[in-house]
Design a protein around this ligand. Sequence first.
Ligand SMILES: CC(C)(COP(=O)(O)OP(=O)(O)OC[C@H]1O[C@@H](n2cnc3c(N)ncnc32)[C@H](O)[C@@H]1OP(=O)(O)O)[C@@H](O)C(=O)NCCC(=O)NCCS
Length: 184
Amino acid sequence: MALKDYIYSKPTIVTGRLIIRPLIASDVEALREWMPDKSIYEFWGKGPGKSEKNPELLFEKQAKPTKSFHLGIAEKTADKVIGDIWIYLIEQDRMAKTAVRLSKTVHGRGYGTESLSAMTRFCFEHTELKRLWTEVDVRNTASCRMLEKCGYKREGLIRQGRMVNTWCDYYIYGILDSDSEGKD
Ligand SMILES: CC(C)(COP(=O)(O)OP(=O)(O)OC[C@H]1O[C@@H](n2cnc3c(N)ncnc32)[C@H](O)[C@@H]1OP(=O)(O)O)[C@@H](O)C(=O)NCCC(=O)NCCS
């Protein structure tokens, strides 16, 4: 498979406790419970936008065909979406950026590590991507730790750089398909 094979049909990835799958309109009520919560945006680089405050907007227009992934993270037991994950800013089918966020109600249960690790493995095993990376506010300890547990390496520190819409000290984390891959 290659990135182009997922343009119209996004994958579903099943882990021990989670289902990582495309978001659907019936997820709106679940998304409304956590997406507008300002506290999860503390180190996100911007606060909740229009569609985060009103998740129904995510389903108003037909999604544009794209190689990027924006998938929901649901607990297997209830198939209720408690977070989401991205693979985006794809450059020449070789490098892409990752992002993950979870409802505060489920932080600290290992779901971040479990979902990012599975998504990372999926990218290296089922697409041509060779490098995944992200930027993380140095104060975002949970995210740094999660990335390290998934096998991402801290590659550098940017001092007072622009991270999304904020200016802060942030780390660059990256992982190559040739590095030892993430673990559940
Ligand atoms: C980042 C995020 C996805 C992590 O998800 P999570 O499921 O809570 O993380 P995990 O439970 O997998 O924990 C990963 C590690 O971080 C540690 N950790 C979790 N929360 C922490 C906190 N608030 N402070 C310090 N360490 C923390 C865990 O203890 C674990 O390390 P350990 O196994 O050595 O104990 C979650 O905190 C989140 O959604 N944050 C808001 C959005 C965000 O900032 N996303 C990242 C943008 S780069």
